[in-house]
Design a protein. Structure first.
Ligand code: AMP
Ligand code: MG
Length: 401
């Protein structure tokens, strides 16, 4: 049988990581919106900007327990003796003082309570001494800094959260404090997931030599859920072109199909052949390591991203190419000094696993694309640009995994 791998490909090969991300993103459907209660919106991506429906704080309020008074009354006389003020009332959270504070007067006030008219400063309870029920001594001047101004956090009508932002716990809490009971979020992308390989077995089964557990499908499903997508688990396909085609067919309702294995140069890499012979190929091979054989194509209108089977490769390619394309979020990275050298590859960006210790990063050592422990032990990918080795003391970009 002639090799399906063309001598003169009609599609791009050996493209860069940003090109690969962009091409995958280009095949995904436009975002659709749905409205969900805030209680169900954690981890979702905002479809539209969110405006504040209230100001926060909703009134000028105290940041402390103590008294509210006029700052001017408490300045000046401190070197000689403390100031004495008359207590004319109380303001507590939810029950404000209705009068106003005049010269030489104060009201007892508690955290979150509105600062009464006339008052402009707070003196904390730790700095007060009662002189009977109606008078207090101030042991230090009152401070306007302990007053939270109305709208100081955000103002009514202000756009505070932006379309495309993921609702992290902090952003979800913020959305609620902006006054939203429901939010418009992106519909979850439906991602079908299929692993391939005659040697690949379900967890719990007994392995014979040469077999391997299907770690990719479980790791990828977890990454897909974390990326805010709905996973359609198509299970596992043996290395049979017919069975593979049948299972791919089952991905009908999905927005995109993600496969693991079978896209490399071997005789039994049937995922590659399915796209080359019966589908279409948008690109094959990306200039990165691990994960070089990644392939993007389509099968009967369904975008298909073929991840390499090697366990580290499949998770790294997901992290650096697929995840950013699905979420629109740039991968999070920071710059650290290298505590060991990192080798470069002439024509590929390397994502070496590194240990972060004391603000520096060092080579994990076992960089084989089958060594999953390199990812689970470190959680960090050191990005070494094509042909630019990293020396000890150089700054490197490190992506957290
Ligand atoms: P392939 O890309 O199909 O040539 O597979 C490359 C390597 O990855 C082989 O050693 C496979 O046994 C291994 N592999 C393939 N699929 C999986 C999987 N789903 N889980 C774990 N390892 C896999
Ligand atoms: Mg295989």
């Amino acid at each position: 049988m002639p090799s399906p791998v063309p001598d003169q490909p009609t599609f791009p090969m050996n493209i860069s990581v940003p090109e690969a991300r962009q091409m995958l993103q280009g095949l995904l459907p436009a975002h659709e919106a749905e409205t969900v209660p805030v209680g169900q919106a954690a981890g979702r991506f905002l479809y539209a900007d969110l405006e504040a429906r209230v100001s926060h704080p909703s009134a000028t309020e105290s940041a402390l327990d103590g008294i509210a008074c006029r700052e001017a009354d408490t300045l000046g006389s401190f070197r000689q003796c403390p100031t004495k003020l008359k207590v004319v009332g109380e303001s507590r959270a939810g029950v404000p003082f209705s009068g106003s504070v005049g010269a030489g007067e104060c009201v007892r006030i508690y955290t979150g309570a509105p600062v009464p008219e006339g008052a402009d400063a707070i003196c904390p309870v730790e700095q007060l001494e009662d002189d009977g029920p109606d008078d207090v001594w101030l042991l230090r001047p009152a401070s306007p800094g302990d007053v939270r101004a109305e709208g100081g956090d955000f103002q009514l009508g202000e756009v505070v959260l932006r379309a495309g932002q993921r609702l992290t716990p902090a952003r979800l809490a913020l959305a609620v404090s902006l006054g939203h009971a429901e939010v418009r979020v992106r519909r979850k992308l439906r991602v079908a997931l299929l692993s391939t390989g005659d040697e690949v077995r379900e967890p719990g089964s007994v392995l014979t030599p040469g077999q391997v557990y299907d770690s990719n499908r479980y790791g990828l499903a977890a990454m897909l859920r974390e990326a805010g997508t709905e996973v359609i688990d198509l299970g596992h396909a043996p290395d049979s072109p017919e069975r593979l085609a049948e299972l791919v067919e089952g991905a009908g309702g999905a927005d995109v199909l993600l496969t693991s294995g079978g896209v490399s140069m071997g005789k039994y890499d049937f995922m590659r052949d399915l796209l080359l012979e019966q589908g279409r190929v948008s690109f094959w091979k990306v200039r990165l390591r691990p994960g070089g054989p990644a392939m993007l194509g389509g099968w009967r209108g369904l975008p298909v991203f073929g991840l390499p089977g090697n366990p580290v490769s499949s998770l790294v390619v997901f992290q650096v190419i697929v995840r950013p394309a699905l979420t629109g979020e740039a991968p999070f990275s920071l710059r650290l000094r290298a505590a060991t050298p990192f080798r470069a590859i002439a024509d590929k960006t390397a994502y070496w696993r590194g240990n972060i210790v004391g603000g520096t990063v060092s080579d994990y050592g076992k960089q084989g694309s089958g060594v999953l422990r390199s990812l689970s032990d470190t959680g960090a990918l050191v990005i070494v640009p094509e042909g630019q080795p990293v020396e000890i003391g150089d700054e490197v970009e490190v992506m957290l995994f």
